[in-house]
Design a protein around this ligand. Structure first.
Ligand code: 6GU
Length: 243
């Protein structure tokens, strides 16, 4: 079935390239997903279409006013059947760290609403009374939530049935297997003396499978030891890492 995604932003033009290209563009053509871009400046009650204001109590920066976002969300909800209760996702560096697990959870929904702020903070009442999930894509600061929303949307849409070809199954994704991916090679077998590992040319499917698993494990141990804390190692796997 179709996933509806509404995106509330002051910069809808930022999304056109990402949503209309490649896999996401194809997913729209196949009617597996639809995107609705909403400029919440259109809902500013103020005659200057003002969406932000100075913080009460002073201090630097500006704060997004509640009215434009509440009115934009309420207008959109009024267009939907009453039983539809979309998750309302706020993009913010103060949010819950976004993970593959969260992507899998959100990919089960049929309607999502993203709220993207830019430069500034959100009036706390937006979090308290409007939003269901506040999400961060990592410990660094972006100028706005738009790039974060694009990252999250991409990770959700690719999990929907029919979006990816059979070539790439979400079941094989690093964070679903719990390990990083193994090294891959294609032709030529020898490029300027840089050779493809012998085992991959051997045709021994059992040996290839074992080599790949060892590579995944070793790479995870070297680069992301934190991932192994939740991965129960077999005696064989412990022995490989000890070598
Ligand atoms: Cl969701 N928004 C912004 N502005 N910065 C971020 C972020 C989100 N996640 C990490 N940094």
């Amino acid at each position: 079935s179709k996933l509806s995604i509404d995106i509330l932003t002051l910069f809808p033009e930022m999304f056109s390239g990402v949503l209309n290209s490649s896999i996401l563009g194809k997913a729209q053509e196949k009617e597996l997903v639809r995107f609705q871009l909403i400029n919440f400046r259109d809902y500013a009650s103020n005659k200057h279409h003002q969406v932000d204001d100075y913080p009460y109590g002073g201090g630097g920066g500006m704060v997004l006013k509640p009215e434009p976002l509440f009115y934009a969300v309420e207008d959109r909800l009024s267009q939907l059947p009453a039983q539809v209760k979309p998750r309302i996702l706020l993009m913010s560096p103060q949010g819950e760290p976004y993970t593959q697990r969260k992507a899998e959870e959100l990919a089960c929904e049929d309607h999502l609403m993203f709220i993207c702020g830019h430069y500034e903070g959100y009036d706390e009442r937006i979090r308290q009374y409007l939003v269901t999930d506040e999400l961060s894509i990592g410990d660094y600061v972006l100028t706005g939530g738009e790039l974060a929303a694009m990252v999250i949307i991409d990770s959700i849409v690719r999990l929907r049935e029919g979006v990816l070809g059979n070539e790439s199954s979400p079941k094989d994704d690093s964070f679903s297997t719990g390990l990083l991916e193994y090294p891959q090679y294609t032709r030529p077998a020898d490029f300027r003396g840089m050779k493809v590992p012998e085992v991959l040319l051997s045709g021994h499917h059992e040996r290839i499978k074992e080599w790949r698993h060892r590579q995944s494990l070793y790479r995870t141990w070297q680069r992301r030891p934190d991932l192994l804390e939740h991965y129960p190692l077999s005696e064989q796997e412990k022995a490989w890492l000890a070598e």
